[in-house]
Design a protein around this ligand. Structure first.
Ligand SMILES: [Zn+2]
Ligand SMILES: [Zn+2]
Length: 145
């Protein structure tokens, strides 16, 4: 039995359960993540889609196209409270990103990389020992395909 972790949106209408370990975890400092979260970065754990079970209210989806890569990202959020619970990306077919703060225990996994540090806030320094990337961290991991 692999480990499971649960989470959900602010109002509780959307719940999810993940199975196993994420194949990638990252803090993203890109301007898209800053705007979409209304904060200074996005913090994510990525799983294969079949390792994520969504329960409760159907998520509302918004598609954004990157002005850098031209690829789509689909943000999925609670229709009632607006929490951006998950997203999918054209770059990683068959994968689903979970917003770290939506886990009931948002600290259960280690953040292994910081991406798009060229647009990070100057007061925010990634901790030592963590991989940092000026832009995107590509190529995508083979486990996602
Ligand atoms: Zn909600
Ligand atoms: Zn980003």
């Amino acid at each position: 039995m692999s480990e499971t972790h649960e989470g959900g949106c602010l109002c509780g209408a959307v719940r999810f359960r993940t199975r196993g370990q994420p194949f990638r975890t990252s803090a993203c400092h890109c301007t898209f993540c800053q705007r979409r979260t209304g904060s200074v970065l996005g913090l994510y754990a990525y799983f294969k889609a079949e390792e994520v079970e969504l329960n409760g209210a159907p998520l509302t989806r918004y598609e954004h196209r990157s002005d850098e890569s031209g690829r789509w990202l689909r943000i999925e959020f609670c229709p009632t409270c607006g929490t951006p619970v998950t997203h999918t990306a054209e770059l990683w077919p068959g994968a689903r990103g979970i917003s770290a703060g939506a886990f009931d225990d948002p600290k259960w996994f280690a953040v292994e990389r910081h991406t798009w540090t060229r647009s990070k806030h100057p007061w925010l320094e990634p901790p030592a020992g963590v991989a940092t990337f000026e832009k995107a961290a590509t190529p995508p991991p083979s486990k996602a395909t």
